[in-house]
Design a protein around this ligand. Sequence first.
Ligand code: B1M
Length: 217
Amino acid sequence: MESAEEVLEGLKEAIIRGNRKGALELLQRSLELKVDPQKIVDDYMIPALNVVGKRFEERKIFIPEMMIAAKSMQACLDVIKPLLPKEEGKKKGVVVIGTVFGDLHDIGKNLVVMLLENSGFEVIDLGVNVPPERFVEEARRVNAQVVGISSLLTTGDPYVKKTVETLRASEIGDRIKIICGGAALTPNFVYSIGADSYAPDAASGVSKIKEILQIDS
Ligand code: B1M
C-alpha cells in the first residue's frame, strides 16, 4: 500500500505534468488518507507550480505545458475549496479583487478569494486583466472597504501603480484600503505607490486585510 507521502508526491508530479485526471484521483486518495487539505495546497500543489515556473524559465517546457499544469491545479483547488475551514457569522466586510491589467494569472488570486470567503468576507472577483477604472467602478458600486490587486508579472508594475493612483484620485480614494500581492511585487514597491498593505501569500492576505480593517479574529 502507498504511503500518504507517496500519494502526495504523485499528486505534485501529476500537476507538474498537467495530468488533470491523475491529479484529481491522487487528490481524492490523499483526502481519503485524511491529509489536511490546507497542507495539500501549501506543501504540494503550490510547490508543483513553482517547479513548472522553474522549468519554463529553463526553457525545458513552454506555454502549453504551463497552461495544462495550471488547469490541473485549478481543478484540484475546485475540489479542495469546500473542504477548507470556514468561519460562519456576520460578514466581515466587502473586498473587490482582481488581477492587474495586462496579467492573466489567476490561481494565486483565486486562492486569496477562497480564503477570504471562508474567513467571512464578501468578495467580488473581477477576474484577470482588470483596467484601473474597473476597480474603482466596482468598489464604488458595492461600497467595498478593501480593493485587492494581484500581480504576477514584473511588467505589471506600472499598471499596479496606475490602479492605486486611479483609486486614490477617485471619490472613494480617502476611505478605500488597498492591498497588493503576488510574486512580482515587493513590499517596498507596494508601499511606495501608496497602497495600505502588502501580502506575500494568500493566508497573509487574509490576516493583513483583517489588520487594516481592525478586525480582531
Ligand atoms: Co506565467 N509567468 N506567464 N503563466 N506563470 C510566471 C508568473 C513566471 C514567474 C514564470 C517564470 O518565468 N518563472 C513568469 C513571470 C516573470 C516575471 O515577470 N518576473 C511568467 C511569464 C513570463 C508568463 C508569460 C509572459 C509567458 C509568455 O507568454 N512568454 C505569460 C503572460 C501572460 C499574461 O499574463 N499576459 C504567462 C502565462 C502563463 C499561463 C497562462 C500559461 C499560466 C497562468 C494560468 C492561470 O493563472 N490561470 C502561467 C503560470 C501557471 C505560471 C506559473 C508557472 C505559476 C503561477 C501560479 O499560479 N502559481 C508562474 C511561475 C511561478 O509562480 N513560480 C508563472 C501558484 C499560485 C498559487 O501562486 O500566483 O504566486 P501565485 O500566488 C501566490 C502569491 O503570489 C500570493 O498568494 C498566492 C499563494 O498563497 N498572491 C497574493 C497572489 N495574488 C495575491 C493577491 C493578494 C495577496 C497575495 O492580495 C490582493
